[in-house]
Design a protein around this ligand. Structure first.
Ligand code: 2BA
Length: 109
């Protein structure tokens, strides 16, 4: 068994939930925050059989889009003004960042 942890954008989370349910996969959604943008994102925990991993990765790929996001400049506040960029910078946020972990034991009570 594997635990798939996928960090995705909030905008894609309902679509991905629906697609997982349609395909009979069980998942848990966690509200998370990106360390770089400090903006909300969604982390899915999906427990699956080893042979189902590829199917779930396909579902994630099909339902999560990569997008550009603007990062507002942060004022230096007494720091080094030389590196201060006074205009918003665009970053490419990926459709999904996925970790696949082995599960030693799985129980439901
Ligand atoms: P954030 O940390 O908010 O990062 C959002 C996007 O900002 C990243 O998209 C990347 O394009 C850019 N970025 C991140 N750190 C950067 C840096 N030091 N310099 C310049 N640009 C930077 P993604 O790579 O697609 O990541 C999307 C979200 O997935 C991340 O949100 C974070 O929540 C999660 N994530 C990505 N890599 C991770 C990792 N190795 N471990 C844990 N979470 C990760």
């Amino acid at each position: 068994m594997k635990l798939i942890m996928a960090v995705i954008q909030d905008k894609d989370s309902n679509r991905l939930s629906d697609a997982l349910v349609e395909n009979d996969f069980q998942a848990t959604k966690l509200a998370s925050t990106g360390g770089f943008l400090k903006a909300g994102n969604t982390t899915f925990m999906i427990g699956v059989k080893d042979k189902e991993v590829d199917q779930v990765l396909e579902i994630i790929k099909d339902n999560c889009k990569s997008r550009e996001q603007l990062v507002a400049p942060i004022s230096p506040m007494g720091g080094n003004a030389d590196s201060y960029v006074p205009y918003p910078v665009e970053v490419q946020v990926g459709g999904a960042t996925v970790f696949i972990l082995p599960v030693e034991q799985f129980e439901k009570f």
